[in-house]
Design a protein around this ligand. Structure first.
Ligand code: S3P
Length: 184
């Protein structure tokens, strides 16, 4: 069914803690497509966690890896892709997406982003500061013009993952619920 959609991939963008991985995994299941997470691929290639990459190699090296992995994953079809929060924030990235990519911005407030990040432990090096909410607010403000180029913007606090999946599936032209198997 998803293969009849005009879209061949979905790209989830948004700030840290916006639910890109949770929604992406559930959406991929619903579509019968692959789910690929930029950070997970980077971690596998670098053989260490994002936190360790930042600490041991520096942010610049992380961004170079992210750029390369992004190019590779954006060539995949029948795939739901979750970027890291910083990937869209470089000139040309969002503008360069081809028309068969459905880009979706999952919106989250800085307060909720920090709350969710905290609950996942020491996984977000950019929020390891004395004042993480202020840091998140500043970063998010600078990124809004980039995230705002996505075709669809959804509030990830007002709706849970299942509702978000339904909304994205509808945008792809899928029926409201999965087709029921035929009765014998
Ligand atoms: C980052 C977001 C993180 C990860 C890295 C940098 C950012 O990904 O790529 O810590 O610059 O916003 P998530 O958005 O999946 O947390």
């Amino acid at each position: 069914m998803a293969d009849e959609s005009p879209f061949r991939r979905v790209l989830l963008v948004g700030f840290m803690g916006s639910g890109k991985s949770t929604v992406g995994r559930a959406l991929a299941l619903r579509l019968g497509w692959d789910f690929l997470d930029f950070d997970a691929v980077i971690e596998e290639e670098a053989g260490r966690s994002v936190s360790r990459i930042f600490r041991e190699l520096g942010e610049e090296r992380f961004r170079a890896l992210e750029s390369r992995v992004g190019r590779e994953l954006l060539a995949r079809e029948r795939a739901v892709l979750a970027t890291g929060g910083g990937w869209p924030a470089a000139p040309g990235r969002m503008e360069g997406l081809d028309p068969v990519t459905l880009s979706v911005w999952l919106r989250v407030s800085p307060e909720e982003a920090v709350r969710r990040a905290r609950s996942q432990g020491d996984t977000r090096p950019l929020l390891q500061t004395e004042a993480p909410v202020e840091r998140a607010r500043t970063l998010l403000e600078a990124r809004i013009p980039f995230y705002g180029r996505a075709r669809l913007a959804l509030d990830s606090e007002a709706a849970g993952p299942e509702a978000l999946v339904r909304r994205i599936a509808r945008e792809m032209g899928m029926p409201a619920e999965p087709a029921l198997p035929n009765e014998p």
